[in-house]
Design a protein around this ligand. Sequence first.
Ligand code: GLP
Length: 243
Amino acid sequence: MDFIIVDNYEEMSKKASDIFVEKVNQKPDAVLGLATGSTPERFYELLIDAYKQGDVSFEHAISFNLDEYVGISLDNSQSYHHYMNEKLFNHINLPAAQANLPLGETEDLQVACDNYEAKIKDAGGVDLQLLGIGLNGHIGFNEPGTPFEQETHVVDLAPSTREANARFFDSIDEVPTKAITMGIKTIMQSEQIVLLISGEKKADALYQLAEGPITEDFPASILREHPNVIIIADKAAASKINK
Ligand code: GLP
Protein backbone atom coordinates (compact mmCIF):
# COMPACT_ATOMS: atom_id res chain seq x y z
CA MET A 1 0.00 0.00 0.00
CA ASP A 2 1.50 3.36 -0.99
CA PHE A 3 0.69 6.50 0.92
CA ILE A 4 0.58 10.02 -0.49
CA ILE A 5 0.10 12.51 2.34
CA VAL A 6 -0.85 15.99 1.21
CA ASP A 7 -1.64 19.25 2.97
CA ASN A 8 -5.34 19.48 2.34
CA TYR A 9 -8.51 18.31 0.61
CA GLU A 10 -7.77 20.27 -2.55
CA GLU A 11 -4.37 18.64 -3.03
CA MET A 12 -5.83 15.20 -2.29
CA SER A 13 -8.47 15.75 -4.98
CA LYS A 14 -5.89 17.03 -7.49
CA LYS A 15 -3.53 14.06 -7.00
CA ALA A 16 -6.44 11.69 -7.54
CA SER A 17 -7.75 13.44 -10.64
CA ASP A 18 -4.22 13.48 -12.12
CA ILE A 19 -4.01 9.69 -11.65
CA PHE A 20 -7.40 9.13 -13.34
CA VAL A 21 -6.64 11.51 -16.22
CA GLU A 22 -3.30 9.80 -16.80
CA LYS A 23 -4.93 6.37 -16.78
CA VAL A 24 -7.57 7.35 -19.34
CA ASN A 25 -4.95 9.00 -21.53
CA GLN A 26 -2.82 5.84 -21.43
CA LYS A 27 -5.81 3.57 -21.96
CA PRO A 28 -8.77 5.44 -23.51
CA ASP A 29 -11.12 2.47 -23.01
CA ALA A 30 -10.18 2.11 -19.33
CA VAL A 31 -12.75 0.65 -16.95
CA LEU A 32 -13.10 3.08 -14.05
CA GLY A 33 -14.63 2.23 -10.69
CA LEU A 34 -16.34 5.25 -9.16
CA ALA A 35 -17.52 6.20 -5.68
CA THR A 36 -20.00 8.62 -4.13
CA GLY A 37 -20.03 10.50 -0.82
CA SER A 38 -18.67 13.93 0.08
CA THR A 39 -15.02 12.98 -0.28
CA PRO A 40 -14.81 12.72 -4.10
CA GLU A 41 -16.88 15.84 -4.87
CA ARG A 42 -13.89 18.05 -5.65
CA PHE A 43 -12.18 15.18 -7.48
CA TYR A 44 -15.15 15.07 -9.89
CA GLU A 45 -15.01 18.85 -10.42
CA LEU A 46 -11.34 18.53 -11.35
CA LEU A 47 -12.07 15.68 -13.78
CA ILE A 48 -14.69 17.92 -15.42
CA ASP A 49 -12.15 20.78 -15.63
CA ALA A 50 -9.61 18.44 -17.24
CA TYR A 51 -12.20 17.33 -19.79
CA LYS A 52 -13.28 20.93 -20.56
CA GLN A 53 -9.68 21.98 -21.01
CA GLY A 54 -9.18 19.19 -23.55
CA ASP A 55 -6.74 17.28 -21.34
CA VAL A 56 -8.76 14.06 -21.40
CA SER A 57 -11.65 12.40 -23.23
CA PHE A 58 -13.97 9.83 -21.66
CA GLU A 59 -15.57 8.84 -24.97
CA HIS A 60 -14.30 5.26 -24.82
CA ALA A 61 -14.11 4.82 -21.05
CA ILE A 62 -16.51 2.61 -19.09
CA SER A 63 -17.50 3.22 -15.49
CA PHE A 64 -18.95 1.10 -12.71
CA ASN A 65 -20.10 2.68 -9.49
CA LEU A 66 -19.59 0.91 -6.21
CA ASP A 67 -23.10 1.05 -4.86
CA GLU A 68 -26.68 2.31 -4.90
CA TYR A 69 -29.47 2.51 -2.36
CA VAL A 70 -32.33 0.04 -2.58
CA GLY A 71 -35.88 1.33 -2.77
CA ILE A 72 -35.45 4.89 -3.93
CA SER A 73 -36.12 5.84 -7.52
CA LEU A 74 -33.25 6.59 -9.85
CA ASP A 75 -34.24 10.23 -10.19
CA ASN A 76 -34.65 10.76 -6.42
CA SER A 77 -32.17 13.52 -5.57
CA GLN A 78 -30.53 11.22 -3.00
CA SER A 79 -29.95 8.29 -5.35
CA TYR A 80 -26.38 7.66 -6.41
CA HIS A 81 -27.59 7.67 -10.03
CA HIS A 82 -28.63 11.28 -9.48
CA TYR A 83 -25.38 12.14 -7.68
CA MET A 84 -23.26 10.80 -10.52
CA ASN A 85 -25.28 12.57 -13.20
CA GLU A 86 -25.08 15.88 -11.36
CA LYS A 87 -21.48 15.67 -10.23
CA LEU A 88 -19.90 14.08 -13.30
CA PHE A 89 -21.79 12.45 -16.15
CA ASN A 90 -23.81 15.50 -17.22
CA HIS A 91 -20.57 17.43 -17.70
CA ILE A 92 -18.25 15.03 -19.54
CA ASN A 93 -18.40 12.97 -22.74
CA LEU A 94 -18.70 9.51 -21.19
CA PRO A 95 -21.65 7.99 -23.12
CA ALA A 96 -24.59 7.15 -20.84
CA ALA A 97 -24.60 3.55 -22.09
CA GLN A 98 -21.05 3.14 -20.75
CA ALA A 99 -21.85 4.46 -17.25
CA ASN A 100 -23.03 1.70 -14.95
CA LEU A 101 -24.52 1.74 -11.45
CA PRO A 102 -26.25 -1.08 -9.58
CA LEU A 103 -30.03 -1.03 -9.98
CA GLY A 104 -31.54 -0.58 -6.54
CA GLU A 105 -35.06 -0.10 -7.80
CA THR A 106 -35.94 -3.42 -9.32
CA GLU A 107 -38.13 -6.44 -8.63
CA ASP A 108 -35.40 -9.01 -8.26
CA LEU A 109 -32.42 -7.63 -6.38
CA GLN A 110 -30.42 -10.84 -6.62
CA VAL A 111 -30.71 -10.78 -10.42
CA ALA A 112 -29.60 -7.14 -10.37
CA CYS A 113 -26.52 -8.11 -8.31
CA ASP A 114 -25.63 -11.06 -10.55
CA ASN A 115 -26.07 -8.99 -13.71
CA TYR A 116 -23.87 -6.23 -12.34
CA GLU A 117 -21.09 -8.60 -11.39
CA ALA A 118 -21.30 -10.27 -14.83
CA LYS A 119 -21.17 -6.90 -16.57
CA ILE A 120 -17.99 -5.95 -14.73
CA LYS A 121 -16.41 -9.26 -15.74
CA ASP A 122 -17.55 -8.84 -19.37
CA ALA A 123 -15.86 -5.44 -19.44
CA GLY A 124 -12.63 -7.15 -18.42
CA GLY A 125 -12.69 -6.02 -14.78
CA VAL A 126 -12.01 -2.62 -13.26
CA ASP A 127 -8.68 -1.04 -14.18
CA LEU A 128 -8.74 1.79 -11.67
CA GLN A 129 -11.10 1.90 -8.70
CA LEU A 130 -11.79 5.00 -6.62
CA LEU A 131 -12.75 4.44 -2.99
CA GLY A 132 -13.80 6.54 -0.04
CA ILE A 133 -14.08 5.03 3.42
CA GLY A 134 -16.76 5.11 6.08
CA LEU A 135 -15.96 5.87 9.72
CA ASN A 136 -16.52 2.17 10.50
CA GLY A 137 -14.16 1.06 7.74
CA HIS A 138 -16.81 0.35 5.14
CA ILE A 139 -15.82 0.51 1.49
CA GLY A 140 -18.67 0.76 -0.98
CA PHE A 141 -21.42 -0.31 1.42
CA ASN A 142 -19.53 -3.34 2.73
CA GLU A 143 -20.27 -2.95 6.41
CA PRO A 144 -18.22 -4.54 9.22
CA GLY A 145 -18.75 -8.29 9.24
CA THR A 146 -19.12 -8.61 5.46
CA PRO A 147 -17.26 -11.75 4.33
CA PHE A 148 -14.21 -10.84 2.26
CA GLU A 149 -15.32 -13.40 -0.34
CA GLN A 150 -18.57 -11.64 -1.28
CA GLU A 151 -19.24 -10.29 -4.76
CA THR A 152 -21.97 -7.74 -5.59
CA HIS A 153 -24.75 -8.21 -3.02
CA VAL A 154 -27.58 -6.60 -1.07
CA VAL A 155 -26.63 -5.18 2.33
CA ASP A 156 -28.49 -4.00 5.40
CA LEU A 157 -26.99 -0.62 6.18
CA ALA A 158 -25.47 -0.28 9.64
CA PRO A 159 -27.34 2.16 11.93
CA SER A 160 -24.16 4.28 12.13
CA THR A 161 -23.99 4.49 8.31
CA ARG A 162 -27.64 5.54 8.11
CA GLU A 163 -26.95 8.20 10.73
CA ALA A 164 -23.83 9.41 8.89
CA ASN A 165 -25.79 9.67 5.63
CA ALA A 166 -28.91 11.22 7.21
CA ARG A 167 -27.38 14.64 6.55
CA PHE A 168 -28.34 14.27 2.91
CA PHE A 169 -32.00 13.41 3.67
CA ASP A 170 -34.82 15.36 5.35
CA SER A 171 -34.85 12.91 8.25
CA ILE A 172 -33.21 9.63 9.25
CA ASP A 173 -36.48 7.79 8.54
CA GLU A 174 -36.00 8.57 4.87
CA VAL A 175 -32.53 7.00 4.69
CA PRO A 176 -32.87 3.63 2.96
CA THR A 177 -32.19 0.55 5.08
CA LYS A 178 -30.64 -1.47 2.26
CA ALA A 179 -28.24 -0.98 -0.62
CA ILE A 180 -26.59 -2.94 -3.41
CA THR A 181 -22.82 -2.84 -3.29
CA MET A 182 -19.90 -4.35 -5.14
CA GLY A 183 -18.48 -6.91 -2.74
CA ILE A 184 -15.03 -6.88 -1.20
CA LYS A 185 -14.03 -9.62 -3.65
CA THR A 186 -15.21 -7.47 -6.57
CA ILE A 187 -13.25 -4.48 -5.28
CA MET A 188 -10.13 -6.58 -4.63
CA GLN A 189 -10.17 -7.79 -8.25
CA SER A 190 -9.56 -4.21 -9.50
CA GLU A 191 -6.14 -3.80 -11.01
CA GLN A 192 -5.39 -0.60 -9.11
CA ILE A 193 -7.18 1.16 -6.26
CA VAL A 194 -7.01 4.79 -5.13
CA LEU A 195 -8.56 5.48 -1.72
CA LEU A 196 -9.24 9.07 -0.70
CA ILE A 197 -9.45 10.08 2.94
CA SER A 198 -9.74 13.56 4.33
CA GLY A 199 -10.35 15.29 7.64
CA GLU A 200 -9.62 14.74 11.31
CA LYS A 201 -12.76 12.73 11.88
CA LYS A 202 -11.37 9.99 9.59
CA ALA A 203 -8.00 9.85 11.41
CA ASP A 204 -9.00 6.79 13.47
CA ALA A 205 -10.24 5.03 10.33
CA LEU A 206 -6.92 5.64 8.57
CA TYR A 207 -5.04 4.42 11.65
CA GLN A 208 -7.03 1.18 11.60
CA LEU A 209 -6.63 0.82 7.86
CA ALA A 210 -2.87 1.35 7.99
CA GLU A 211 -1.92 -0.22 11.30
CA GLY A 212 -4.80 -2.28 12.71
CA PRO A 213 -5.44 -5.99 12.16
CA ILE A 214 -6.73 -7.26 8.82
CA THR A 215 -10.23 -8.24 9.80
CA GLU A 216 -13.77 -8.39 8.44
CA ASP A 217 -14.68 -6.15 11.39
CA PHE A 218 -12.92 -3.33 9.55
CA PRO A 219 -13.56 -4.10 5.87
CA ALA A 220 -11.05 -1.65 4.37
CA SER A 221 -8.20 -3.46 6.18
CA ILE A 222 -8.23 -6.12 3.42
CA LEU A 223 -6.77 -3.51 1.06
CA ARG A 224 -3.40 -4.17 2.69
CA GLU A 225 -3.42 -7.48 0.80
CA HIS A 226 -3.99 -5.83 -2.58
CA PRO A 227 -0.80 -5.36 -4.64
CA ASN A 228 -1.58 -1.92 -6.04
CA VAL A 229 -3.31 0.50 -3.67
CA ILE A 230 -2.58 4.19 -3.28
CA ILE A 231 -3.98 5.92 -0.22
CA ILE A 232 -4.20 9.68 -0.72
CA ALA A 233 -4.74 11.32 2.66
CA ASP A 234 -4.66 14.88 3.83
CA LYS A 235 -2.59 15.76 6.90
CA ALA A 236 -5.62 15.86 9.17
CA ALA A 237 -6.67 12.32 8.26
CA ALA A 238 -3.08 11.11 8.51
CA SER A 239 -2.48 12.61 11.96
CA LYS A 240 -2.55 9.25 13.76
CA ILE A 241 -0.38 7.15 11.46
CA ASN A 242 3.39 6.79 11.18
CA LYS A 243 3.95 7.70 7.52
C1 GLP B 1 -20.93 6.22 1.85
C2 GLP B 1 -20.62 5.44 0.55
C3 GLP B 1 -19.17 5.10 0.47
C4 GLP B 1 -18.37 6.31 0.91
C5 GLP B 1 -18.54 6.50 2.40
C6 GLP B 1 -17.88 7.75 2.95
O1 GLP B 1 -21.97 5.73 2.58
N1 GLP B 1 -21.41 4.30 0.28
O2 GLP B 1 -18.84 4.69 -0.85
O3 GLP B 1 -17.00 6.13 0.64
O4 GLP B 1 -19.90 6.40 2.77
O5 GLP B 1 -18.57 8.89 2.59
P1 GLP B 1 -18.03 10.36 2.77
O6 GLP B 1 -17.02 10.55 1.68
O7 GLP B 1 -19.23 11.24 2.58
O8 GLP B 1 -17.43 10.45 4.13
